[in-house]
Design a protein around this ligand. Structure first.
Ligand SMILES: O=c1ccn([C@H]2C[C@H](O)[C@@H](COP(=O)(O)OP(=O)(O)OP(=O)(O)O)O2)c(=O)[nH]1
Ligand SMILES: [Mg+2]
Length: 149
């Protein structure tokens, strides 16, 4: 699949977005900062990525996810937990970097801070009904109704 991409930060011309391995699902996003950014414990800040994409097709979206190493070892995750990029969004991709740890963390300029996955999307149309045609086995059971473990 081809996606139109604008490079908004010239530094990315030397480090264009690329899948790290042939099987990678995610494309790492870099922090296009002019200076190191220190996030205090529990602080979060919007970080520019220097990229804009236009998916154009409503059958696709992009999701921004934490990198597992940064998230697990350093507590650097996303202030919105997951970023969802609409197919009609044309602005700069932004990462809400949240330091959920109890020690400061410094993001270096051009460091890979998050990753983006392109995903298929179904835009449903809804038919309003008073009752569902069939009763399912689950019904309205949830929140652990099938037991724990
Ligand atoms: O981590 C993110 C999340 C969103 N976006 C951009 C792309 C997305 O298409 C747009 C709107 O995101 P969303 O719909 O999640 O936010 P909203 O609070 O509902 O804003 P809006 O009213 O503009 O839809 O913001 C990012 O760049 N990074
Ligand atoms: Mg929205």
């Amino acid at each position: 699949m081809h996606i139109d991409l604008k490079v908004l930060d010239e530094r990315l011309r030397e480090q264009p977005p690329a899948y790290a391995t042939p099987g990678s699902a995610g494309l790492d996003l870099r922090a296009c900062l002019d200076a190191p950014l220190t996030l205090a414990p529990n602080a979060w800040q919007l970080v520019p990525t220097g990229l804009a994409i236009h998916l154009a097709d409503p059958g696709f979206a992009a999701m921004i996810l934490p990198r597992s190493g940064l998230g697990h070892k350093h507590g650097i995750v996303l202030g919105n937990l997951v970023g969802l990029i609409d197919s009609d969004y044309q602005g700069q991709l932004m990462v809400s970097a949240w330091n959920r740890s109890d020690v400061p963390f410094t993001i270096e300029p051009m460091e890979r801070i998050a990753q983006m996955v392109i995903v298929p999307v179904v835009q449903a149309s809804f038919r309003v009904v008073n009752d569902f045609a069939e009763a399912s086995e689950r019904g309205s059971g949830g929140y652990g109704s099938t037991g724990r473990g």
